[in-house]
Ligand binder design. Sequence first.
Ligand SMILES: Cc1cc2nc3c(=O)[nH]c(=O)nc-3n(C[C@H](O)[C@H](O)[C@H](O)COP(=O)(O)OP(=O)(O)OC[C@H]3O[C@@H](n4cnc5c(N)ncnc54)[C@H](O)[C@@H]3O)c2cc1C
Ligand code: FES
Length: 233
Amino acid sequence: MYRVVEVVETWEVAKDVKAFRFSEKFDFTPGQFVMTWLPGVGEKPFSLAQRDLIVVKKVGPFTGALFRLKEGDRLWIRGPYGHGFERKGRKIALAGGGIGIPPLYAIATSWRKFFESISLFYGARSKEEITLIDIENYVDELILFTDDGSAGKKGFPTEALAERKGEFGQVYACGPEPMLKAVLKVMNHKNVQISAERYMKCGIGVCGSCNLGKYLVCRDGPVFEGEKLTGLL
Ligand SMILES: Cc1cc2nc3c(=O)[nH]c(=O)nc-3n(C[C@H](O)[C@H](O)[C@H](O)COP(=O)(O)OP(=O)(O)OC[C@H]3O[C@@H](n4cnc5c(N)ncnc54)[C@H](O)[C@@H]3O)c2cc1C
Ligand code: FES
């Protein structure tokens, strides 16, 4: 059930954010996640950014231990799990905030050829927290915001999305919950798919720790049609 992979490459993406490339490739749909186990430390979910890539923000004990791994060290991975994004729309928008880029990166890099255009609306707290990986190379435009105005425009990406939402056949969003709520409101819950995050333990619909209303995020999500989240986010 676990696949043992080696870390073959790591690099710093932003302040407290690192990318980890593995020795094995996983078949996945953008939006799906893997459970990553470090014996003696724990196990946590991460979205696949590519078939062999996760991008992680250091926030606590598990991610702290992950950051100490070096090339050649091993990781135990199971999955991919959950429902990913459904490919819809010709002109699409990606709406991301903070460390929400990995599943959007998967869309931009693996589905690029299916779309007429991709516009990315992205917000970070400040310039040093911008966590784009290199997604700017795979989208047609980047509309960048920071909370403090240290890069891009000052404010929130949802303000710009609100002005232009009629242009897009589908909006795909991942980021902090207040941003996801704002995206749902702007889109009136329509033509939008949201990648939600809840605290996970089993990752396979058994333990109940990831519940969101009547849903289990690991089993029914993490990607949900906006309409399903009415009253829940
Ligand atoms: C589907 C999915 C995909 C994800 N993809 C990514 C990704 O691509 N990159 C990435 O960096 N992270 C991702 N995450 C988040 C990642 O799993 C967590 O950041 C990680 O579990 C943190 O582990 P930790 O031990 O380092 O920190 P923890 O000690 O778990 O704490 C981290 C933060 O979470 C809070 N927290 C702890 N327990 C709970 C709880 N029960 N309920 C609510 N909050 C709690 C803490 O207050 C703290 O601020 C994803 C999560 C999910 C569910
Ligand atoms: S993490 Fe156990 S049910 Fe979702």
